[in-house]
Write a protein that binds this ligand. Structure first.
Ligand code: SF4
Length: 331
């Protein structure tokens, strides 16, 4: 039987550990762009109040200064390279060396928020020219630093501010950085079996939405522990496997499936009109007509009404702090 709270009482607020994000310095932090400017982005300004920032400007780290002549990404020799046409300086090797050493030195981070379109930081939209002097654009891709980030930290969320103007990508990014921060803190050095089981319990429906196969694998991994085993190794494996499992954004269908399972907890205690209203909202979400926040809120209100502590503990119903919803960053 799920644990019951007094029906109708406000639930205990979640504790959300602050995500630690590596962020491009020019995103509203320092005027380090090639033209000496800073990027103003409303979402980044809001988010900065909720996260701990590790700033980085790879081009400044190479000693290029600001303002500086532009550098370009090109593929004249096949692979992507960086070149500064005004000075004739080849930067590929230096950028790769800086990126590797900087990324190697990081620990305890939960994700990356980088500057779009940049030949260094762009996670998307970076122009890759055919020739090193510019001219014809061969394709759009990633910057060199971002490429190294995605290679080494493929299991952590990494986005740029341009992609985060898309509401679904933004909400998925917020969900992932808060889940990564929770995994880092809850499954840290002092975690015991009780912490692991509690973590697994509150991510049940979350994982059901993201990756059902991994949900089962993670359950088996926890159950495989025997007295005398290396518990720390097990927790580290669990955390890595968890982060890999939530890497890909779930489809609307996957989310609808998980929410339908939660709905199943209450369906025999609801009136026909309530059920019809919920299913209509869920259908609108699945068709892309509306966001997921309305059906999520209804499920949460029923969990409060029926005093279901187990469901109120589910991260799928509260993926990131409510204040971010209030700022208009809603699902
Ligand atoms: S995009 Fe990256 S390299 Fe360019 S100014 Fe911003 S932080 Fe520096």
């Amino acid at each position: 039987m799920p644990e019951r709270a007094a029906g109708g009482e406000a639930p205990e607020p979640f504790f959300f550990p602050k995500p630690v994000l590596v962020m491009s310095s020019c995103l509203d932090l320092q005027p380090v762009r090639y033209n000496g400017e800073i990027i103003r982005d409303d979402f980044v300004v809001k988010l900065r109040g909720f996260v701990k920032v590790v700033p980085v400007c790879p081009e400044m780290a190479l000693g290029l200064g600001t303002p500086r002549p532009r550098i370009l990404a090109h593929a004249e020799n096949g692979a992507m390279e960086l070149f500064q046409p005004a000075t004739g300086r080849e930067l590929t090797h230096d950028m790769a060396a800086f990126s590797e050493s900087f990324l190697e030195g990081l620990s305890g981070i939960d994700g990356f928020l980088l500057k779009s379109k940049s030949p260094s930081c762009g996670v998307s939209g970076t122009k890759v020219y055919r020739y090193r002097e510019g001219g014809i654009v061969l394709r759009k891709g990633r910057g060199l630093f971002a490429e190294k980030v995605l290679e080494k930290y493929y299991f952590l969320p990494a986005e740029d501010e341009g992609r985060l103007r898309n509401r679904e990508l933004r909400d998925n990014f917020l969900t992932n950085i808060y889940a990564a921060a929770d995994a880092r803190v809850s499954l840290g050095r002092s975690a015991g079996m009780k912490d692991l089981v509690a973590f697994q319990s509150r991510y049940k429906y979350f994982l059901m939405a993201y990756n059902q196969k991994r949900l089962r694998e993670l359950g088996k991994l926890t159950a495989s522990y025997k007295k005398g085993d290396d518990f720390r190794a097990l927790v580290d494996e669990y955390r890595h496997c968890f982060l890999e499992a939530i890497r890909r954004k779930p489809s609307r269908k996957q989310l609808v499936n998980a929410l339908t399972h939660i709905f199943g907890h209450f369906s025999d205690r609801l009136g026909g009109g309530e059920k019809a209203m919920f299913l209509k909202l869920l259908g609108s979400y699945e068709k892309g007509i509306s966001g997921i926040h309305p059906p999520l809120s209804i499920l949460k209100s029923w969990a409060i009404r029926f005093g279901d502590k187990y469901l109120l503990s589910q991260r799928l119903l509260d993926p990131f702090p409510e204040e971010l919803y209030e700022e208009g960053i809603s699902l």
